[in-house]
Design a protein around this ligand. Structure first.
Ligand code: NCD
Ligand code: ZN
Ligand code: ZN
Ligand code: ZN
Length: 354
C-alpha cells in the first residue's frame, strides 16, 4: 500500500449552477475522492457564469451544501467586470480568462480587454488562461508587459510547450498544466472514440504533439484533469459539446505510466500536489492523504464511475494502481469505492472569516 498526499486538481468543471444533469457539486466531488483528489478548483463557465458577487454566491452556496472534498471557485473575466472581479479576488481560486472559443459564453475577444484585467487583477492571486497556439504567445507577451504571472491551462501542442520553455528560459512568470487526455490520447484515437465523443478543447493533437509533451516534462508544472463532463446523449448528438470527464481516471493512468517507467512517482506528486499548492498558494490540508494499492490491475469501465457523465474516453483501458482509501482532515472520506462523508463536508479553502 502506497500513501500519497491529497491530490490537488486545478481544473475541473462542476456544472453547478445550471447544468446539474451533467454533474453537480456532490457527484463531481465524489468523482474527485474516487480519484484521490482532495481539493478541486472549479471553473466559472457555469450557467450563469461566475462573473460577479451574485453568481459567485450562487456557486459557493451549492458547493457549501454539497461538496465532499475541499474546493475553491474561479471567477470568469468578461469585457466589463475587471473592477468587480478584482474586488472579489481574495475569495476566488483565481481569475480565468477564456481567450479562445470553447464551451460556454465566456470569451474575451479583444486583447485590450485582456490588458484591462492584467492591469487590475492582483499579482499574488492566480490568473489562468485558456489560450491555444498564437493566442498563448500573445498572452505571455501581454502578461509580461504587466509583470503579471500567468498560468496556461491544458497545454496540448509542441509549439505551445516550446514557447513556454522559451518564456521560462527568459525568466517570464509562466506556469502550465497538461491534462491526462493530451498525454495519453491523440487524434489517432478519434475514429475509435467517435467524432462526437472525441470533441474536446484543445482538440486531441498529433502523436508528435503528444510526444513533445513527454519530451518536455520538466517544463510541465502541473497535471490537471480539465474534468469536463457532458452526457453521452449530448456527446453523441448533433452538436456534441467539447470535454471529457477525467477525475477518476487520472491517477490510475499516471500510476500505470509509473509502473512502465515513463514517469516517476515523484513526477506525479510534484505535478498533482506540490506545484499546484505552491503556484495557487493553497493551504495545506492537515491529516489528508490517499492510500493506493499499486499492484491492483483493473479495467476502466464507465459503469463503475461516480461522475454523472457516465462515460470515459479511456473505456476498456487496463491500468495499474487503485485508490483504496482517502482521508481528508483526519476523517475517512472514501473507502473501497464508497464515499463516507456527508454533502457539505468539503471546505472552501478561500473562505474569508468574519
Ligand atoms: C470545457 C467545458 O466543457 O467546460 N471543455 C473542454 O473541452 N475542455 C471548457 C474548457 O475547458 O475549455
Ligand atoms: Zn479551456
Ligand atoms: Zn476546462
Ligand atoms: Zn504536501
Amino acid at each position: 500500500m502506497l500513501r500519497l498526499p491529497g491530490l490537488i486538481d486545478l481544473h475541473v468543471h462542476m456544472r453547478e449552477p445550471g447544468a446539474i444533469h451533467k454533474e453537480d457539486w456532490q457527484s463531481g466531488t465524489s468523482a474527485a475522492l474516487a480519484g484521490g483528489v482532495t481539493l478541486v478548483l472549479a471553473m466559472p463557465n457555469t450557467q450563469p457564469p461566475v462573473t460577479d458577487a451574485q453568481s459567485l454566491r450562487l456557486a459557493l452556496d451549492a458547493a457549501r451544501q454539497k461538496a465532499l472534498c475541499d474546493y475553491a471557485q474561479y471567477l470568469g473575466a468578461t469585457p466589463d467586470n475587471a473592477d468587480v472581479v478584482a474586488e472579489l479576488a481574495p475569495r476566488a481560486a483565481g481569475l480565468k480568462m477564456y481567450l479562445d472559443h470553447t464551451y460556454g459564453p465566456l470569451r474575451l475577444a479583444n486583447m485590450t480587454d485582456w490588458m484591462v484585467h492584467l492591469a487590475r487583477w492582483p499579482r499574488e492571486i492566480p490568473l489562468a488562461v485558456h489560450a491555444e497556439g498564437r493566442t498563448l504567445a500573445a498572452v505571455i507577451l501581454l502578461a509580461s508587459f504587466y509583470d503579471h504571472p500567468v498560468h496556461l491551462c491544458h497545454v496540448s501542442r509542441r509549439e505551445e510547450i516550446l514557447i513556454i520553455r522559451a518564456a521560462k528560459e527568459r525568466g517570464l512568470k509562466v506556469t502550465c498544466e497538461v491534462t491526462p487526455h493530451h498525454l495519453f490520447l491523440s487524434e489517432e484515437d478519434i475514429p475509435a472514440l467517435g467524432q462526437g465523443r472525441a470533441e474536446v478543447r484543445p482538440a486531441l493533437a498529433s502523436p508528435a504533439d503528444r510526444q513533445a509533451l513527454w519530451d518536455n516534462l520538466e517544463v510541465i508544472d502541473c497535471f490537471a484533469t480539465d474534468h469536463a463532463p457532458h452526457t453521452l446523449a449530448e456527446k453523441n448528438g448533433p452538436t456534441p459539446p467539447p470535454g471529457f470527464p477525467g477525475l477518476e481516471t487520472a491517477l490510475p493512468l499516471f500510476l500505470t505510466a509509473v509502473s512502465e517507467e515513463r514517469l516517476t512517482l515523484d513526477d506525479v506528486v510534484q505535478r498533482y500536489h506540490v506545484n499546484p499548492q505552491r503556484i495557487f498558494r493553497l493551504p495545506s490540508q492537515p491529516e489528508t492523504w490517499v492510500e493506493v494499492d499499486t499492484e491492483a490491475t483493473w479495467e476502466i469501465q464507465a459503469t463503475t464511475l461516480l461522475t454523472r457523465a457516465a462515460w470515459t474516453p479511456f473505456e476498456g483501458w487496463r491500468v495499474r494502481g487503485r485508490v483504496v482509501r482517502v482521508v481528508v482532515r483526519g476523517t475517512e472520506a472514501f473507502r473501497d469505492g464508497k464515499v463516507l462523508v456527508p454533502p457539505g463536508f468539503g471546505r472552501n479553502v478561500r473562505e474569508v472569516s468574519g
